[in-house]
Design a protein around this ligand. Structure first.
Ligand code: CP
Length: 334
């Protein structure tokens, strides 16, 4: 796919998924297809600003059971830039409060003729459950601490856009690995594309068992920094913790915050990522968050490109199945 009008063609046959539930089960080629499609959408929309109308007549529902700024708004904007209608389902004013189940709620929304559901929920596996009950596309916008596939994709997209490659790069994920869905999606996506991943943080938040997934584990940020091309700074998710995993926020920041002093010790071309929301003074100082090596706001823009790509691959037109003497095949969605 290289032409300006790629989106007028059917979705490539290499994409055979009806849902985007996680990065764990995608192949490296499928991840590359998502990234390449996002690049084409970014170019075709003048940096994610113009409308294309390729999903005109489609409807995307945002079904968020946890708070969100970036993911919720950028899925809505991405859908509108593709010409789709969007509905923001608000749980507090819904009939869930009258005892209607989650699945019944989703099936009633589906009965109104929607095409895709973007779901965020505090319980891991919620999008996977929904996908078993709905015919329309289900997109995981974050399921508890399990995965946040579009965040992983936009992080990887931002690195690839700046460095031109993922294979052979060294990326440190620093902070609350134990509770971070972004960490899991980054780990799957980056390792499948050939990056070396280092997980760094206090032992209470970074288990040695992660080594079984082919990543390196460190508890010493200053020791690993000189080897890193990228550091992705993950927020401490206090809302998911029953006990505090370190004595004080000040002590955590002393050991693991990305500060101006640490930046000056690192390589000149070190890239700074953070999925947001950021807590200035905890995982990153204002000086670093706002410096020229920070991609934090580029990540947000790239989130639009990635989510346009995901919505188009999930909802876009399929090539007509080919009929053979053995039956129909092609356009198979799983
Ligand atoms: N990065 C991210 O998921 O941000 P939101 O929680 O604001 O959507």
């Amino acid at each position: 796919m290289t032409s300006d009008s790629f989106y007028r063609e059917p979705v490539p046959a290499e994409w055979a998924h009806r849902h985007l539930l996680d990065l764990e089960r995608l192949t490296p080629d499928e991840i590359r297809l998502l990234l390449d499609t996002a690049t084409l959408f970014k170019e075709a929309t003048g940096g994610c600003r113009r409308k294309l109308g390729v999903l005109s007549g489609f409807t995307v529902v945002n079904l968020f059971f946890e708070n969100s700024t970036r993911t919720r708004v950028s899925f809505a904007l991405a859908a509108r830039r593709l010409g789709a209608d969007t509905v923001d389902f608000t749980t507090s004013s819904s009939s869930l409060s009258k005892g209607e189940s989650f699945i019944d709620t989703a099936r009633n929304l589906e009965a109104m003729g929607i095409d895709a559901v973007v779901v965020r929920h505090s319980t891991p596996g919620t999008p996977h459950l929904l996908a078993q009950h709905l015919q329309v596309g289900v997109i995981n916008a974050g399921d508890g601490p399990h995965e946040h596939p579009t965040q992983g994709l936009l992080d990887i997209f931002s690195i690839r856009e700046r460095l031109g490659r993922i294979e052979g790069t060294t990326v440190a994920l620093v902070g609350d690995i134990a509770h971070s869905r972004t960490a899991r999606s980054n780990i799957w996506g980056l390792t499948k594309l050939g990056a070396r991943v280092i997980l760094c943080g206090p032992p209470t938040l970074v288990s040695d068992r992660w080594k079984e997934c082919g990543v390196e584990v460190s508890h010493d940020l200053d020791a690993i920094l000189p080897r890193c091309d990228v550091v992705n700074l993950l927020r401490i998710q206090f809302e998911r913790q029953s006990t505090r995993p370190f004595p004080s926020v000040q002590e955590y920041a002393h050991l693991y915050a990305m500060t101006g002093e640490r930046l000056r010790q690192a390589r000149d071309d070190l890239l700074i990522l953070a999925p947001g929301p950021i807590n200035r003074g905890v995982e990153v100082t204002a000086e670093v968050a706002d410096c020229s090596r920070s991609l934090i706001l580029d990540q947000v823009t790239n989130g639009l490109a990635v989510r346009m790509a995901v919505l188009w691959l999930i909802c876009g037109p399929r090539a007509a199945p080919t009929t053979t003497p053995l039956g129909s095949h092609g356009g198979r969605l799983v």
